[in-house]
Write a protein that binds this ligand. Structure first.
Ligand code: HEC
Length: 159
């Protein structure tokens, strides 16, 4: 009898641990991800091996996310070229910390939701000014919306 108990107890424990891990991952799954175009592709490509909390809980710069994409490809993540672009654009648009004095026009365009021409104007203005030191400097850039900048303020880096 004792033999059976010692046999059953560890397996019951393992079941409990596995069940707990499952419910935790179910809770923190895609819900924190903003509903913008690309979310479905992002979720499909990036949450098949682990849940989305890895993406929402640790802030990274755009470069940091590009590195993560390379790493995930090494781990076996699969997608078409078009899907990889969608995934990367989704992370730049919604998740990445943005170094406003370094960001290229294509990224400025995504982050601030402006046109390609407007983004180029922002970059040209930035370079002429010698960079943005504060959020108020950024608000003076042509074509950028102050309210939009305020919504992004936790993601903007001015170093
Ligand atoms: C084929 C399986 C697989 C897919 C698909 C996948 N990952 Fe991962 N991911 C992993 C593995 C394995 C790890 C390492 C787990 C660990 O560190 O515990 C990991 C870890 C991570 C980490 C943590 C890295 C760190 O340095 O702490 C992030 C962030 C991440 N993945 C993001 C993504 C993103 C974004 C995508 C979609 C582009 C993605 N993953 C798709 C397997 C995958």
């Amino acid at each position: 009898m004792l033999g059976l108990v010692t046999l059953l107890l560890p397996s019951a424990l393992i079941c409990f641990v596995v069940a707990t891990a499952h419910s935790v991952s179910a809770q923190s799954s895609p819900d924190k991800l903003p509903e913008t175009p690309g979310k479905q592709v992002f979720v499909a490509v990036c949450t098949s091996c682990h849940d989305a909390s890895l993406m929402t809980d640790a802030p990274r710069t755009i470069e940091g996310w590009v590195d993560v994409v390379y790493l995930m490809k090494d781990f076996g993540a699969m997608a078409t070229d078009a899907e990889w672009k969608t995934v990367t654009d989704y992370m730049v648009t919604n998740l990445a910390l943005v170094e406003v004095n370094k960001a290229e026009a294509a990224h400025v365009q995504l982050v601030f939701g402006i046109s390609e021409a407007e983004a180029k104007d922002v970059v040209a203005y930035r370079d002429k000014q010698g960079g943005f030191k504060t959020i108020d400097d950024l608000k003076k850039a042509p074509g950028l919306d102050a309210a939009k900048i305020d919504t992004l303020k936790d993601r903007l880096l001015f170093k």
